[in-house]
Every structure is written in structure tokens, then in C-alpha cells.
Ligand binder design. Structure first.
Ligand code: PLP
Length: 410
């Protein structure tokens, strides 16, 4: 097995796999490993460019500002954004969703309005909206789950029929469920939102890592994602939004850098995107994320999607062959990179712990989606999630380790 991984061309780009050649890493929905180019970008920034951005006029600070704003421009280009100003750097999807839940709700919500989410959201795309609804006297309504872990899209008709559709002002949905791997019908949700004049926030935490980047095709007003799941550094993340919409929003955090003029009693705000980036940003994280996305482009987004489609099919086939294993989630989805399952008679934590003995890293638990788990009457599931560096061998190791776990616990 060791040789297999060392001869894997892609894994060679990732120092962690050289430090742990035996590792079968299948917890990519939680975070991905980092290629050497990202580590090099961080190192180069800190060893040759580190200074605070925007404020100083000396050469080093200008270099640091250029690195930071250059990263923003490259990422904007990768996302096909209209301009770099449309991108606000945040620490990750959680921070980005908190930003939007605060600023959008201040701007758009009055008492009695509705925020629409789905029952399948990660807590990061649920709790901030719950809190926003409480603050603004609004109501949080969720599109329910069907037993196959897809969304009950007929619910939108129910909202129209009972008149609630007119009260929906914000809709916040993920592209792909981190708990079950379900790809949501985003174009249908987007059209519905457009028809009803609703602002659409998309949590792309589980689709951006797989190369779904084009914000012009997305049909949303805002897109949020975490850089650490896109082969970038921890502490990196992006909120993209249309400039005209950003312009109307009040700032979230306040302090240095986001202001234009300050008196003792009032302040005016800086231009975009600085209005939403209070204080010293994580410059290295932005630089590292740009390097990660450049690396994906160099590898080829189409190539990534083809490779992952192959892995997706293999994974389903191998998991289906494990005795006593039940896959939770859509049964016919072609491109699926998150597989949630139960193993008859074995608690998912025991499954994950047993697999760890074979150096197979998977996740177990509620996957930060407690309402979704409750809707399907599940306490916890085991979850294997794939990334482009995974191999067919990784999946065979997973299958063999699961079979062994089943035999051990029975
Ligand atoms: C769908 C989804 N949204 C949001 C998040 C939160 O991301 P982070 O913890 O990087 O802020 C996650 C993390 O797993 C996720 O899967």
C-alpha cells in the first residue's frame, strides 16, 4: 500500500502524504490537504513580504498590499466575478455567512418577513439566520427533507399557495449537503427566488472545492466558501456578491481600515471591499488561497471533474458491496463526493475508530447538521468524502476496512 501511494503522482504534490504514506484520507468535506505550492506561497509571503497592508507608504508594505490585492484579483478572475471589489475576504464560510446574516437582515428584514433555508443546512448556514430572525422579529422557514435526503421542492408551491412566498426576503441554501452529499436543485431555487424578488445566498462550501466556480452561472446574489476545503490555508474564505448589492449593505464588523472619516460621534465607510474587512486581514491566507486555486486551474478544472466523477462511481460501487452497509442519501446521483452511511449493528463512532487502525480517516457523528439528521431519524452516520488526490486504491482500502469492521463487531 505504501508504494501505491508514493507512486501516486498527485499525492506527491502534498507533503502531508509523504509524512504519512500509509494514510487514506477521506475526510475532505471537513478540510483538504495542502499542496506544496500553497505552503511555498505562505512561506514566501512571510519570509519576503510580511508587513501590514494598505496603511503604510514604505516599499515592503506596498509589496504586501500588492500580494493581498493581487490574490483578490486572481481569485475574482477564477470565479468570473465582474471585479475584484466584489470579493470580501473572511476566515471561512462560517464567518462569511455570519457577515451576510447580519448585514443582509439589517438591510432587508422587517418584522414578519421570512428567511428561507433548508432542513439540510450545515449549522453555519442555519444558526446565523436563526439569530438574524430573532433580532429582526422575522420567521425562519425550512424546505423539508424527503426520506431519500433530497429536498421537498413541492414545498415552494405550498409557500405560494398559503401566501408565505410574498414574505420571503432572503433565501440561504447550500449547493451540496455536507451530511449526505445531496446536490441541491440550485437553478430551480434561483429561478423561484428571482420570480419572487428574493435575495439568494449560496453556501458553496462543498462545491467550490470541486471546481464549481462561475458566479455568473450561479444565479445567486452572494456566494460564500471556505478556502481550507479548496486546498488553501485554514483561515481563508471568500464572500462574493454583486457590487450594487454590497454597496447597499451596512457593515458588519467595524474598526480600522473599513472607515473613510471618523469623528468622535460618527463615521463614514470606506469603499468596497474594505468596508467589509475591518482590521488587519489574514494576508497570507488570501495569498495561499489564490495559490491553491491557481494550482487547480493548472491541473485543469475539467480534469478534476472527470477524475472526481470516476472516484464517485467507484466509491458508490465499493460501498454498496460492503455487507450490512446502508448508504444514506440520493441513490442515483452521478457525481457525489460525500457518502454518508450506517453499518448494521455498529455505531458510526466505532466504525470510524476501527478504520483509523487501518489508517483510513473518515468522519462520524451528526456532521454539524442536527436538524437534517433528526429529520431522517438518524443519531449519527459515518461519512467518507473524496478529493481529487484520492485514488481507486484508497477506495478499496475503505471497502476492505469496513468489511473487516463489520466482521470484528459482529
Ligand atoms: C456546507 C457547509 N457550510 C459551511 C461550513 C462551515 O465551514 P467552516 O467551518 O470552514 O467555516 C461547512 C463545513 O464543513 C460546510 O460543509
Amino acid at each position: 500500500m505504501k508504494e501505491m501511494h508514493l507512486t501516486n503522482a498527485l499525492k506527491k504534490d502534498f507533503p502531508l502524504f509523504q509524512a504519512h504514506p500509509e494514510l487514506v484520507y477521506l475526510d475532505n468535506a471537513a478540510t483538504s490537504q495542502k499542496p506544496q505550492v500553497v505552503l511555498d506561497a505562505l512561506n514566501t509571503y512571510y519570509t519576503t513580504q510580511n508587513a501590514n497592508v494598505h496603511r503604510a507608504v514604505y516599499g515592503l508594505a506596498e509589496q504586501s498590499t500588492l500580494a493581498y490585492e493581487g490574490a483578490r484579483a486572481r481569485i475574482a478572475n477564477h470565479l468570473n466575478a465582474a471585479s475584484p471589489q466584489e470579493l470580501v475576504f473572511v476566515r471561512g464560510a462560517t464567518e462569511g455567512l455570519n457577515l451576510l446574516a447580519w448585514s443582509l437582515s439589517q438591510q432587508l428584514l422587517s418584522s414578519g418577513d421570512i428567511i428561507l433555508v433548508t432542513e439540510m443546512e450545515h449549522h453555519a448556514n442555519l444558526v446565523p439566520w436563526q439569530q438574524a430572525a430573532l433580532r429582526m422579529g422575522a420567521e425562519l422557514v425550512a424546505i423539508p427533507l424527503l426520506p431519500d435526503a433530497t429536498l421537498d421542492m413541492n414545498f415552494l408551491k405550498t409557500l405560494e399557495a398559503d401566501g408565505r412566498a410574498q414574505r420571503v426576503k432572503i433565501c440561504a441554501v447550500s449547493t451540496v449537503s455536507n451530511a449526505f452529499g445531496t446536490t441541491h436543485p440550485l437553478s430551480q431555487i434561483s429561478s423561484w427566488c428571482k420570480n419572487h424578488g428574493i435575495s439568494l445566498v449560496v453556501d458553496g462550501a462543498q462545491s467550490v472545492p470541486h471546481g464549481s466556480w462561475d458566479v455568473q452561472e450561479l444565479g445567486a446574489d452572494f456566494l460564500v466558501f471556505s478556502g481550507h476545503k479548496v486546498y488553501g490555508p485554514m483561515g481563508s474564505g471568500v464572500v462574493w456578491g454583486k457590487e450594487a448589492l454590497w454597496d447597499q449593505l451596512p457593515p458588519w464588523q467595524t474598526g480600522g481600515e473599513m472607515i473613510s472619516r471618523v469623528t468622535l460621534t460618527s463615521s463614514t465607510w470606506n469603499s468596497l471591499p474594505h468596508k467589509f474587512e475591518a482590521g488587519t486581514p489574514d494576508v497570507a491566507a488570501a495569498v495561499g488561497l489564490a495559490a491553491a486555486m491557481d494550482w487547480m486551474v493548472a491541473f485543469g478544472l475539467k480534469h478534476i471533474q472527470d477524475r472526481e466523477a470516476f472516484l464517485s462511481q467507484k466509491a458508490r460501487q465499493i460501498l454498496q458491496e460492503v455487507e450490512g452497509l446502508t448508504l444514506i442519501g440520493p441513490q442515483n446521483q452521478k457525481h457525489q463526493l460525500v457518502f454518508s452511511f450506517t453499518l448494521e449493528g455498529v455505531h458510526s463512532h466505532d466504525v470510524a475508530q476501527y478504520l483509523d487502525r487501518d489508517h483510513v480517516a473518515i468522519r462520524s457523528g451528526h456532521h454539524c447538521a442536527q436538524p437534517a439528521m433528526r429529520a431522517l431519524q438518524l443519531g449519527s452516520t459515518a461519512r467518507a468524502s473524496l478529493a481529487l488526490y484520492n485514488t481507486e486504491e484508497d477506495l478499496h482500502c475503505l471497502g476492505a476496512a469496513l468489511q473487516a469492521a463489520r466482521e470484528y463487531f459482529l
